[in-house]
Write a protein that binds this ligand. Structure first.
Ligand code: PEP
Length: 250
């Protein structure tokens, strides 16, 4: 049985004080983790204070990125080993903003996924999708399939089951124009089929796949009713505590 997940992604928003106040406001109104996981990805500075504020609640605090080395001369990077030691057990990898603004490649993301897993972090791997690229890719193989083949390759069965994948069409992120439930299901189904081809149907049935892109209180129910959509990665709508709680408890 796949446990659904609602994960907020704050991006580069909120001060430490604002982040802690948010956690205190929502932490007692969340479903039990056995029923649905709730997570918030926050800027690095806020992570440790948020873990303290969330103690004893089902809320999981996530990093928005990490590097693929545990330590060393990598100025400005965040170590997956240090994240785990600080009580952060989830990390978003390969968000389209990392790919587009910071030029992260599939090769780099695959290294980060492996490093995260080696440190017992659960990666939320984002798989973007643009219609333009889909057409440009010579129609040989779908853009999404290529992403998945490259980003989560060469993992053990145990490892891949710890991965959550988020299908996030670029045109839907931060635009207010969500994919409709059928479009979102199509992307998530394609990802599950690709995982099945890579790791077999048992793993594919167990892996959690989220949809992300302009999820709101209004569309979350219809999106999550789709057979291959196990939850949502929520950007803008996760910034307000009341709205986030409505999405979580939809
Ligand atoms: C995101 O950034 O992952 C995202 C889905 O953002 P939004 O919900 O604002 O579209």
């Amino acid at each position: 049985m796949r446990v659904p997940m609602i994960a907020g992604n704050w991006k580069m928003n909120k001060t430490v004080a604002e982040a802690v106040a948010f956690v205190k406001q929502v932490k007692d109104q969340l479903p039990p983790a056995s029923q649905q996981e709730t997570a918030l990805a926050a800027p690095t500075l806020a992570l440790v204070p948020m873990v303290s504020a969330a103690a004893g609640s089902p809320l999981k605090v996530m990093a928005e990125n990490c590097y693929y080395k545990d330590s060393g001369a990598f100025t400005g990077e965040t170590s997956p080993r240090a994240l785990y030691a600080a009580g952060i057990h989830h990390v978003i990898l390969g968000h389209s903003e990392r790919r587009n603004y910071f030029h992260e490649t599939d090769e780099l993301i695959n290294k980060k996924v492996k490093a995260a897993l080696a440190n017992d972090l659960c990666p939320i791997v984002c798989c973007d999708d643009t219609m333009g690229r889909r057409i440009a890719y010579d129609q040989k193989i779908h853009w999404v399939v290529n992403r998945i083949l490259a980003d989560v390759k060469d993992l053990s069965e145990d490892e891949v089951e710890k991965v959550t994948i988020a299908y996030e069409p670029n045109w839907a992120i931060g635009t207010g124009q969500s994919a409709d439930p059928d479009q979102a299901e199509e992307g998530c189904y394609l990802i599950r089929q690709t995982i099945s081809d890579m790791y077999g149907s048992k793993v594919a049935n167990n892996i959690r796949i989220l949809y992300g892109g302009s999820v709101t209180t209004k569309n979350v129910g219809a999106l999550m009713a789709q057979p291959d959509i196990d939850g949502a990665l929520v950007g803008v709508a996760s910034l307000d505590p009341k709205t986030f709680l409505q999405i979580v408890n939809h």
